[in-house]
Ligand binder design. Structure first.
Ligand code: ZN
Length: 149
């Protein structure tokens, strides 16, 4: 897979020095997502406080794309209002599904723009999306739980 060198560096940096990779003992929702085609696994714990993503923590194993992508996600979405987090999520998913035809907006995606080139490699898109799907799943669970409280 050939990615732009600068982007490759951002991905490797998150892979080697992952952000928030230590599962928090308190959370509103806990999910486990697997990408069987690559063997990637991610556990993700999420806390939402006052409609804001207050904590995302995770643990996982797998390829550099999957692990870097979830590390980038935790940096990007922590502290965001949930509607804003969903808007960024939608932007990232659209980018991944674009087959390389969409450049993506760096002001929205920040470090996640480094994964743009992955959209040209269909076999790797699930790797990049794994942590994002885990986040979406956890956020739906966390919000339905808060409605019951
Ligand atoms: Zn993978």
């Amino acid at each position: 897979m050939q990615l732009d060198n600068l982007y490759q560096e951002v991905i490797l940096d998150h892979y080697k020095r992952p952000q928030n990779k230590k599962l928090s003992s308190t959370y509103d929702a806990q999910v486990h997502h697997v990408n069987p085609s690559c063997g990637d696994e991610i556990d993700l714990n999420l806390t939402i406080t006052d409609d804001t993503v207050s904590n995302i923590s995770w643990d996982g194993v797998g390829c550099s794309i999957s692990q870097a992508s979830v590390s980038i996600l935790t940096d990007l979405l922590t502290g965001k209002k949930i509607e804003e987090a969903y808007s960024i999520f939608d932007h990232f998913v659209a980018l991944m599904q674009s087959k390389g035809t969409v450049a993506g907006d760096e002001t929205v995606l920040e470090d996640a723009i480094a994964l743009a080139g992955v959209s040209k490699y269909p076999a790797r898109i699930k790797c990049a999306l794994l942590g994002w799907m885990a986040f979406k799943d956890a956020s739906v669970q966390a919000q339905s739980k808060s409605k019951l409280d």
